[in-house]
Ligand binder design. Sequence first.
Ligand code: PEP
Length: 245
Amino acid sequence: MKKLAAGNWKMNGSAAALAEVQALLAAHPDPACEMLLCPPATLLAQMNWAARGSVLKLGGQDCHTAASGAHTGDISADMLKEAGATYVILGHSERRADHGESDALVLAKAQAAIATGLVAVVCLGETEAQRDAGETLAVIGAQLDGSVPRDASAAQLVIAYEPVWAIGTGRTPTIAQIAEVHNFLRARLTAHIGAEAANTRLLYGGSVKPSNAAEIFAVADVDGALVGGASLKAPDFGAIVSALA
Ligand code: PEP
């Protein structure tokens, strides 16, 4: 399976930031892993133009369950696709927390995205209180059960394990903790989608940076990373891409 380095720009970046895309592609025109950037929706079409003819894949950061309609401020999977996206991040902890997104809603979004032909990057992760209470696997298992489509193929789905307490904090779980969760996710996913689970990419996300990427990528069942802050600058994201080679 081809590993995946995915960057989530969140609500960051303006047209000037597209220079980072040029720099990234100049340094990594043909990386060993798949390279994905998910900019704000307003930048998708411009980034698609900036990355034309390159290996860089683009994604959205959320989509609605419907193809179109009276949903002010929302964006559909079809719209993302038309702007150049082939992926969409769904159920990021910031959306689960800031917008009250439930597992059922994330599942419906993932189904809509896959039906449109986008790859759904479904995010899961425990809070610090849940980890301290020993509930990590129960929480993640329930999120996976509730938000991952049971009929997805490996080509349609990516799972990102992102401990909420590790996002944007500079803190990361131990290698043993990452290994435990990824091993658990692979087994649980196998129960849902069978043999496809072996080829479904399981990303780790949460304060991945050039200095810790190689160590994290050496963990069995870690098939790439979902990167926030370090994806905004080409040298940092490029170093993470190189670590996945
Ligand atoms: C994220 O938001 O998905 C993320 C992992 O952020 P960061 O890399 O900044 O912790």
